[in-house]
Design a binder for this molecule. Structure first.
Ligand code: HEC
Length: 445
């Protein structure tokens, strides 16, 4: 006891000495933290409403910054630290939080300009250095009010040979109205959007949409806070077959005034033939059979796939739900019966971020990937569009989804159509609620 309290006293006085010796200043202490953790979004042209590049810009926000980091509202990050480690973990260290707090409390001083690090440099408008940029050839017009169904625009690229992509970044032309967007690879033999005119926008379900979306791979994704996507995990890259085009799949939201958008995707190609293929699941596992009962404040919905190829590794997890989503968990059930929770996090509709596993996780053939989500369909959920309705799967925000974009790497010769086979609860007919964990065959403990 005695030793402990002496040690405590020593730490406190050491901290006091440090504070009185050198006041925390913007140039010396705060700017390096902002460069590393905040300016990615807090700079002109990015998604945050205010820029944190200079002292003059940041000074008025000193108190707000203290509160935002203390409450962990900023930087946005929703994974429960008890499960998994992530390469793109945005959380601040305790030391950095203390520095920002001490700066605000100490009068938010500027300090000596000589102490400032060189300004962080950002590629003009991009967070990657694209070798190729594919843009929608014409503006899409978003009406001032009303619902805009999902739009699909086929853009002619006709890749001259098989291509391998190591990074992609999708950028909204007009981030006020682009709720989220995807750039999807359309292989030459695909019947999807076969009769579509290049550059024209088609609604989901329209005649020109043609055959099923099956067998397509996501190249780029945009939603606020997601940033660029890296497909190089130990020498992997994303495959784009010769002759492919790109489909922009866009979800727009009206904002009260007429708007236009022309979104684009930037691609970085592999310099050498890749060792492995990086594949992004097209929103699977998914619970197309979900039912979320009216008024239920903690409705459970599960979905499942079984890995159908050898040698795959899980590298990326991005949950997807709508306005009633609360939390999302990914469990891996190995053929040995061992079960592991590899991700658990709060759901936040405004921040649909993805989590890059710090270490690729082997998921041998036969491994089941089970996701468990909860929803608040009660009046207490202030985002709930209508607590009086049973909710089913659907595209619009007032419908729901329970799906995941999972990134896997595997041998370039493996059959991508067999990576994920729906299984367990995802094969059940729609019930009155769920499907819940009660329908899942869990290994006997
Ligand atoms: C991934 C993008 C992103 C990153 C990284 C980020 N911010 Fe933000 N920040 C935003 C956006 C967007 C908003 C406005 C929407 C909101 O408040 O949620 C915001 C809002 C804020 C606010 C206002 C909060 C309020 O309650 O009004 C503060 C303060 C802030 N950020 C500080 C920071 C600090 C400090 C960092 C770095 C340690 C940081 N942010 C990192 C995107 C980001």
């Amino acid at each position: 006891m005695f030793r402990l309290s002496v040690a405590g006293l020593l730490t406190v006085s050491a901290a006091l000495a440090a504070t009185s010796a050198a006041p925390v200043t913007f140039n010396k202490d705060v700017l390096p933290i902002l460069q590393q953790h905040c300016q990615g979004c807090h700079r002109p042209g990015e998604i945050a409403p205010m820029s944190f590049m200079s002292y003059t810009e940041v000074r008025p926000w000193a108190k707000a910054i203290k509160v935002a980091v203390a409450t962990e509202k900023m930087p946005p990050w929703f994974a429960d630290p008890k499960y998994g480690h992530f390469a793109n973990d945005r959380r601040l260290s305790q030391a950095d939080m203390n520095t920002l707090t001490a700066w605000a409390d100490g009068g938010a001083q500027e300090g000596d300009k000589k102490d400032a690090p060189p300004p962080a440099t950002f590629q003009d408008g991009w967070n990657i250095k694209p070798d190729m940029i594919v843009e929608m050839p014409k503006d899409f017009h978003i009406p001032a009010t009303g619902t805009v169904n999902y739009q699909n625009v086929r853009v002619k690229v006709d890749f001259p040979e098989d291509m391998w992509v190591v990074a992609a970044e999708m950028r909204a032309g007009n981030s006020k109205v682009v709720h989220h967007a995807r750039a999807i690879v359309l292989p030459p033999q695909s019947t999807w959007l076969k009769n579509a005119k290049y550059g024209e926008a088609y609604e989901e379900g329209s005649e020109e949409m043609g055959g099923a979306k099956q067998g397509t791979d996501l190249l780029g994704k945009y939603n606020p806070g997601l940033g660029a996507q890296n497909f190089d995990v130990g020498g992997s890259a994303k495959f784009v077959p010769k002759g492919s085009d790109i489909v922009f799949n866009l979800h727009y939201t009206s904002v009260g005034t007429p708007q236009t958008d022309r979104s684009k995707v930037g691609l970085v190609f592999a310099k050498n033939p890749p060792q492995k293929r990086y594949w992004m699941s097209p929103g699977t596992p998914a619970a197309f059979n979900l039912v979320i009962p009216a008024g239920d404040s903690n409705a459970e919905v599960v979905s499942e796939v079984t890995v159908g190829i050898d040698g795959a590794q899980l590298v990326y997890i991005q949950p997807h739900m709508h306005l009633r989503g609360k939390d999302y968990e990914v469990r891996v059930i190995y053929t040995t019966g061992e079960t592991e929770t590899v991700f658990k996090g709060k759901w936040n509709f405004d921040w649909q971020i993805g989590y890059e596993l710090a270490k690729p996780l082997a998921v041998p053939k036969g491994t089941r990937i089970l996701t468990v989500a909860h929803y608040d369909n009660s009046v207490n959920n202030k985002y709930n569009p209508d607590p009086t309705k049973d909710i089913l799967w659907g595209d619009q925000n007032w419908d729901e989804m329970q799906s995941g974009f999972l990134g896997l790497v595997f041998d370039v010769k493996a059959d991508a159509n067999k990576v994920f086979l729906p299984s367990g609860p995802s094969l059940l007919p729609r019930g009155k609620f769920g499907p819940t964990l009660a329908t899942v065959q869990l290994p006997v403990k």
